[in-house]
Design a protein around this ligand. Structure first.
Ligand code: 6GU
Length: 231
């Protein structure tokens, strides 16, 4: 059972997000336990303040360190990165993070406990990234207004790698990225749609030729859409 705690100032954002498809099945099967938490519940002041103005000036507000350290202490039992036990990862979602990849998703799927911290506003006090988290990750080169959508992305990518989450399918190992190429093109009925035909070889039942076509089509599509993967 993989436990995932998500720390956010918008815990309601996740209300129905995990109630569909593979994630719903994995939860029902007891493969994963996902729990969103309100960062404000780890404040101690009357107004539950989680942010403050940046030292040095500038626009916007910065998430304060104290509630985040308190949250991670209560969920992971650690106040510093070095104290995070094996099998646990404390992850800050931020546009300044290192790129989230399929390989990192595999590492997370092998863990017993993930703590995902959703960044907000113009930033998070840097002592969180410096001293508390085991990983600071970004899901791509664009700016989101918060880490919440990124947390959904991470949970989805990780859950489908947990043994048993995909049921009888073998998809997880044969799809995009596991062999460094994009997935091959897929077709279903009808064999002709508005003058657009399914490649003939796929209708023949010649398995070796189909495999060869798929390999070449995957390479061509990778060259066209993601030449960086071939370098
Ligand atoms: Cl993880 N957070 C934010 N705020 N923006 C992002 C991101 C994360 N990944 C890409 N852009």
């Amino acid at each position: 059972m993989l436990r995932v705690d998500i720390i956010s100032i918008f815990p309601e954002y996740f209300r129905e997000a995990f109630d569909y498809g593979i994630i719903r099945r994995a939860r029902a099967a007891g493969l994963i336990n996902i729990q969103p938490h309100d960062l404000r519940s780890w404040t101690s002041d009357k107004h539950h303040v989680v942010d403050d103005r940046p030292f040095g000036g500038g626009d916007g507000m910065v998430l304060k360190p104290e509630p985040i350290f308190a949250a991670v202490e209560s969920l992971a039992g650690a106040r510093r990165r070095e104290e995070v036990p094996d099998g646990k990862r404390v992850v800050l979602l931020s546009p300044q993070g290192k790129q989230f990849t399929q390989s990192l998703a595999s590492e997370f799927a092998d863990c017993e406990h993930l703590i995902l911290i959703c960044g907000r506003y113009e930033g998070v006090d840097e002592r969180v990234a410096e001293s508390l988290v085991t990983d600071e990750i970004s899901i791509g080169d664009y700016v989101l207004s918060g880490g919440e959508p990124a947390a959904l992305v991470v949970v989805d990518a990780v859950v489908r790698l947990i043994p048993g989450a995909l049921g009888s399918e073998t998809s997880a190992t044969t799809e995009s990225f596991s062999d460094g190429l994009l997935d091959y093109p897929h077709y279903t009925r009808p064999p002709e749609f508005e003058h657009m035909k399914v490649p003939e070889v796929l209708l023949t039942g010649h398995h070796a030729e189909i495999a060869k076509w798929r390999r070449e089509a995957a390479e061509a599509k990778t060259k066209r859409n993601r030449p960086d993967l071939l370098k």
